[in-house]
Design a protein around this ligand. Structure first.
Ligand SMILES: NC(=O)c1ccc[n+]([C@@H]2O[C@H](COP(=O)([O-])OP(=O)(O)OC[C@H]3O[C@@H](n4cnc5c(N)ncnc54)[C@H](OP(=O)(O)O)[C@@H]3O)[C@@H](O)[C@H]2O)c1
Length: 308
């Protein structure tokens, strides 16, 4: 497995992370096999969130991890907090952050988290409260590293000003079919396409400037969980180019789609959500593919964009 450098973060992090959002659909036995298979492939980094299936995703992961026999210190466990769907609000208060971490540790039967991310911005967050919460969690040894998800440039800059720990990750949606993170730069000041509208606040370049690693969520999906674009008849041209490159590199189409994300010089991680061990094996073939500059553009254009 290709590893990436995460500034101020865990050493030699795998370029591919396993997202556990879909794990509640599995039995504990199957989930244990999914975890074992991932670790065998070098995907020893797991993403979760308090809100996935109302905590069931963390419960299933924790039980399956124990059953898998894999040692805690050999894996990286990341979870996210602050998205309080039960209350219909987002909450970054100190009290919620602290109680959320306690709940996650209890559900996963762990003593500490490697990484805690704030899931989505609380519109009325007070950075002092986040800073206090992070200090408590660091001092108690309950969390080693901190980061955010779906956070815009200025909100991230504001938060950075207050917290004492480096923010090492920003988890953002990014895939061949959902590439608004990079599109706007290409169409700047262009009245002919709505892609010229800045929807992301230049967050990717901000993260690069501040050595914050981007984790790409839903790397094979289009829309908000509309489906996987692989073999989807809505993406004929993309699937054709994926297939021809898959044949060239003797890997799967899924691997080429992930290699496209890893080829970006921002040095991102891709968070794969498959719960199918064979699919994860296919995806991990991306680790051995270095797309050329031209191939990267071929894929980008085949996904429905044009050069202005
Ligand atoms: N921060 C956020 O706001 C946020 C939001 C959403 C997700 N996430 C994170 O991102 C992770 C991944 O999200 P996701 O599950 O939507 O991502 P994804 O990897 O883009 O999509 C996974 C889905 O694609 C399917 N798929 C179909 N054919 C496949 C193939 N050949 N290879 C691989 N997969 C194939 C999978 O089915 P099979 O299982 O049958 O393979 C699965 O249903 C989540 O688990 C979560 O950790 C974060």
């Amino acid at each position: 497995m290709k590893t990436i450098h995460v500034t101020n973060g865990p050493q030699a992090a795998p370029a591919i992370v396993l997202g556990c959002m879909r794990m509640p659909a599995l039995t504990t036995d199957d989930a244990a096999r999914v975890i074992q298979n991932a670790v065998e492939l070098g995907v020893n980094f797991f993403d979760n969130a308090t809100c996935y299936a109302d905590g069931e995703s963390e419960v299933r992961f924790g039980t399956a991890l124990k059953q898998s026999g894999i040692r805690r210190e050999n894996i990286t466990v990341q979870t996210k907090c602050g998205l309080c769907l039960d209350r219909n609000e987002f909450d970054w208060t100190k009290e919620t952050i602290l109680s959320s971490v306690e709940d996650s540790l209890r559900r996963m039967k762990l003593d500490y988290l490697d990484i805690l991310l704030l899931h989505r911005p609380d519109l009325i967050f007070e950075p002092e409260q986040v800073a206090d919460a992070f200090d408590c969690l660091e001092k108690s040894g309950k969390v080693k590293y901190f980061g955010v998800s779906n956070v815009s440039t200025l909100q991230l800059a504001l938060l950075k000003q207050y917290v004492n720990q480096p923010l090492i990750f920003n988890q953002l949606q990014f895939s061949l079919a959902q590439s608004q993170l990079i599109d706007q730069a290409l169409y700047l000041n262009n009245l002919g396409t709505e892609r010229s509208i800045c929807r992301d606040d230049g967050i990717l370049d901000y993260c690069r400037l501040h050595h914050i690693t981007v984790q790409a969520w839903s790397p094979l999906q289009y829309g908000m969980f509309k489906g996987c674009f692989l073999d989807d008849p809505n993406f004929p041209e993309l699937n054709q180019v994926l297939l021809s490159l898959a044949e060239k590199y003797h890997v799967s189409k899924a691997a080429i789609a992930i290699a496209w994300i890893l080829r970006h010089p921002a040095n991102m991680q891709a968070i794969a959500g498959t719960m199918n061990p064979a699919h994860l094996r296919d995806i991990c073939e991306a680790s051995n593919v270095a797309l050329t500059h031209h191939e990267w553009y071929q894929l980008y254009l085949a996904s429905g964009k044009f050069l202005p």
